[in-house]
Write a protein that binds this ligand. Structure first.
Ligand code: FMN
Length: 207
């Protein structure tokens, strides 16, 4: 039996994977599965969430969360995800590149992390976040059709910057181009191997 890596209290590290593609079994989901498989190989406990199976209402900016410290505007799938995000040592977030950007599913998920901000009464003013100082880490990845970085756009930045603002240290980013049809990633064992290695590296950094 492989030796489990341990984290504080002898518990295995806990990694939550979030896939933002609306396409079932698409390239993002295959890559997420490989990343999490790599992490599991070195003893992490992993879970994959496919946002296409969730009902997540876009944030409306009602600002009730400033007082309530959670979303009391919508009682949707985010309330199943909030405890998982809080319990995770590491977050892996992946979206296909859509029009240089992330998908609406991933954008809604990120916007609904707004209750974790801790704003002062002054607006604009100083702010912090619930996750600040917790040592949480993230890996963000995107799959795109195009090889040219210009045409792949800013999907990575669209996930990395908000997660960093929320207090996650983004330790690795992966933007893979050259994959258009569903299943293109399945047919590329070299990419899948690289993803597994990235998953192992990510989990080891969390120890
Ligand atoms: C609406 C839409 C917009 C897209 N925009 C881009 C783009 O701006 N740049 C790019 O390289 N690929 C783009 N693509 C291609 C996808 O990123 C590519 O097919 C990816 O592998 C899909 O991942 P999935 O199978 O996980 O859904 C787009 C695809 C769709 C459907």
């Amino acid at each position: 039996m492989p030796r489990k890596s341990t984290f504080h209290g002898g518990l295995p590290v806990n990694i939550l994977g979030i896939a933002g593609s609306p396409r079932a079994g698409g390239n993002t989901e295959v890559l997420l599965a490989e990343l999490l498989a790599g992490a599991a190989e070195v003893g992490a406990e992993t879970e994959a969430v496919h946002l296409r199976t969730c009902a997540i209402h876009p944030c409306t900016g009602c600002e009730r969360c400033r007082k309530d410290l959670t979303c009391t505007r919508f009682y949707d799938s985010m309330h199943l995800l909030y405890p998982k995000i809080e319990a995770a040592d590491g977050l892996i977030a992946g979206s296909p590149t859509y029009n240089y950007n992330i998908t609406p599913e991933m954008k809604a998920f990120i916007d609904r992390l707004y209750p974790y901000y801790r704003f002062s009464d002054e607006r604009p003013g100083p702010w912090s976040t619930y996750f600040a100082g917790q040592g949480k880490q993230a890996l963000v990845f995107s799959v795109a059709e195009q090889d040219d970085p210009e045409e792949r756009g800013f999907a990575i930045e669209a996930m990395q910057r908000p997660l960093e603002a929320l207090g996650f240290e983004v330790t690795e980013t992966v933007h893979e181009g050259g994959y258009f049809p569903k299943g293109a990633v399945v047919r590329d064992p070299a990419l899948r191997k690289r993803a597994r290695e990235a998953g192992r590296r990510f989990a080891r950094r969390l120890r």
